[in-house]
Write a protein that binds this ligand. Structure first.
Ligand SMILES: *Cc1c(COP(=O)(O)O)cnc(C)c1O
Length: 473
């Protein structure tokens, strides 16, 4: 496909305004030395150009999108509509406080509902992403220990089934990471945990359900063990879609958590934002929360606040969408969404596991992981080949080669918003590519054959992206 600059011909641009008949004399300095390079192309062709480009983009509105680890569910359009209300859009954070009652109510009610869902006592909406929420939570834990004079508590325990952002956020907050291995069932190994707990433990960060889609049955024991040595427990709630309304992190021993509104609560994930990763905590950590907080006596910042982690109230319109979503689905809809997400994942897993190897063969939560290690050994067909074959069937591949603890991994999260018919079609396609792979392994390396480009040099694309059109003159 040609770039818009390559389609441009001098003199073919749209002339909307007549030539000015007023003589304007501008000073020399702000004027361009050279004429700007704007494409000159008719309105008709501009429309075609961008429509063709849009057709090449694949999203949840195009078809099944089973990425694991990042919930890619349909987000109701009504929430977008509510958030685009000019009364929300045109609000300014420095407006006199008495003119912002409605927006403050949105923040207050969303905090209330999300605290109810997580079992936390307070929440800040400042963090702009999940990892940012983790960072905020780690700063709360740090501030708590510093206030208590626990200066030797420098270690955060992170299981190897955690999301990659967990160790990163802990390091950013100034902690050292202690990595612990999972046992053969994908759970935290309690013996490993015990060995690594000490008076240096500041806390534990746990992703639950973890990145292999499993709920840790020892969760109560784990949080108790950490508390017993004086550490705090952080819950990575980005996977809350699987348990919301069913289990509350606050009830199973967690002191701090973050949520990914742009996964679970009606803001699309991906595309670079805006997102929101609110961080919630128990009452004893509230004095460390960032931002301005409303109290019965007006507005204040907490005494021991860690300071702002972003401007003002965070990405407010994302919070509006979360509230719209919660009010739309109600207190019955919240657990129902979680249960259907789990049901859909298990349905797909059971319909595939007679031919595919499941990494952990037990009831999964919102996602499950296939391992193609054996297939690769026997036929040379890799997880990458299988992913590329899916493209020829018009389906977006699942997450591949993640989590790292599973070899030749394909990680599938169907989400609650897919119907049985869509899942059945996807199952057929997964089964078909398996048959194709076994029957004709060599051909799989050629896939995809139906897409505008074949296999890209991903290393070059990441290291040396060509993002600018080089004009000849
Ligand atoms: C997506 C995700 C994160 C990070 O969230 P971002 O908004 O991408 O920063 C953290 N933990 C888990 C388990 C996730 O799935």
């Amino acid at each position: 496909m040609k770039l818009i600059f390559e389609k441009s011909y001098e003199g073919r641009g749209n002339q909307i305004f007549p030539e000015s008949d007023v003589e304007v004399v501008l000073p020399e300095s702000p004027l361009r030395a050279k004429k700007s390079h704007l494409p000159e192309i008719s309105e008709n062709e501009i429309g075609r150009h961008y429509t063709a480009l849009a057709k090449r983009a694949y999203g949840v509105s195009s078809g099944f999108y089973p990425l694991g680890s990042c919930t890619m569910k349909h987000n109701p359009k009504v929430s977008e509509k509510v958030a685009s209300n000019p009364k929300f859009v045109n609000i300014h954070p420095l407006q006199p406080i008495e003119t912002t009652e409605g927006c403050r109510e949105v923040l207050k009610r969303t905090e209330e509902y999300l605290c109810e869902i997580t079992g936390m006592d307070a929440m800040t909406f400042q963090p702009a992403a999940g990892a940012h929420g983790e960072f905020t939570g780690m700063l709360l834990i740090k501030a708590y220990h510093e206030k208590k004079g626990h200066h030797n508590r420098t270690e955060i325990i992170v299981p190897d089934s955690a999301h990659g952002t967990n160790p990163a956020s802990s390091v950013m907050a100034g902690f050292e990471i202690v990595n612990i291995k999972s046992d053969e069932n994908g759970m935290v190994d309690l013996k490993e945990l015990k060995e690594h707990l000490s008076e240096k433990t500041a806390g534990l960060m746990l992703t639950n359900p973890n990145t292999v889609g499993l709920f840790d049955n020892n969760i109560l024991k784990i949080t108790e063990m950490v508390h017993d040595v004086g550490g705090l427990c952080y819950y990575d709630g980005a996977n809350l879609n699987a348990v919301m309304g069913v289990v509350r992190p606050g009830d199973v021993g967690f002191d701090v958590t973050h949520l990914n509104i742009h996964k679970t609560f009606s803001t699309p994930h991906g595309g670079g934002g805006p997102g929101s990763g609110p961080c919630g905590c128990k009452e004893f950590l509230k004095p460390f929360l960032p931002g301005i907080r409303e109290t019965d006596h007006g507005y204040t910042t907490e005494i021991d606040t860690i300071g702002n982690v972003t401007g003002y109230y965070g990405n407010f319109l994302v919070v509006v969408k979360a509230l719209a979503y919660l009010l739309t689905i109600g207190s019955e809809g919240v657990p129902m969404a979680a249960k259907n997400a789990v049901l859909n994942a298990n349905y797909m897993m059971y319909k595939l596991k007679d031919i595919y190897d499941v990494a952990y063969d037990r009831t999964c939560m919102h996602e499950f992981v296939l391992t193609l290690e054996k297939l690769k050994e026997e036929t040379g067909v890799s997880a990458l080949d299988m992913s590329k074959m899916l493209l020829d069937y018009g389906m977006h591949p699942p997450t591949m080669y993640f989590p790292n603890i599973v070899h030749e991994a394909l990680m599938i999260e169907p989400t609650e918003t897919e119907s049985k018919e869509v899942l059945d079609d996807a199952i057929l396609i997964f089964r078909k590519i398996y048959e194709d792979a076994v029957a004709n392994p060599d051909k799989t390396h050629e896939a995809p054959n139906s897409t505008p480009v074949g296999r890209l040099d991903e290393v070059q694309a990441a290291r040396k992206p060509v993002l600018r059109y080089e004009f000849k003159s």
